[in-house]
Design a protein. Structure first.
Length: 149
């Protein structure tokens, strides 16, 4: 399987795995020499200068937060997880939100997110008058109890 990519801006860095065992590839910021400062509770869309061509409609690219930025600095993806469909050919941009009480500056070339390519199931949709019952049923958050280990 091959993931084709283009570098669209000066300073763009190809997606890359940090180690041979990495499940996802790092995405780097392309944001001008001064970088982009996110104040506390601030949001910004950071370009990566990268466009991709997924192998086919049975794959999706998912953009995840980097755990180091999240835990150490409070930066998270503003949309939780980014979804890149197989037919999208535009630049990947990363929406960040600063959940900390301190400003944070994203610097050019900084690793800001992770890109994972995954298979997609494409089931046919079938409307039903009722769904197959289960023991849990429609029980929501916390309905299965707490772990007592």
């Amino acid at each position: 399987m091959t993931l084709r990519y283009q570098l669209l801006r000066p300073g763009a860095v190809a997606p890359m795995r940090a180690t041979p065992g990495s499940a996802a590839m790092d995405l780097h910021a392309v944001c001008g020499e001064a970088g982009v400062t996110l104040p506390p509770s601030g949001r910004a869309v950071i370009p990566t200068g990268v466009a991709i061509e997924l192998p086919g409609p049975d794959t999706v690219a998912l953009v995840f937060a980097r755990s180091g930025l999240s835990v150490k600095h409070g930066l998270a993806l503003s949309n939780g997880v980014g979804v890149i469909d197989s037919d999208y050919r535009g630049e990947i941009s990363v929406g960040l939100v600063n959940l900390s009480d301190q400003p944070y500056t994203v610097h050019p070339g900084e690793r800001i997110a992770q890109l994972a390519v995954m298979p997609v199931l494409l089931p046919a949709l079938e409307r039903a008058d009722a769904l197959t019952p289960t023991e849990r049923g429609a029980g929501g958050f916390g309905s299965t109890g707490k772990f007592s280990g």
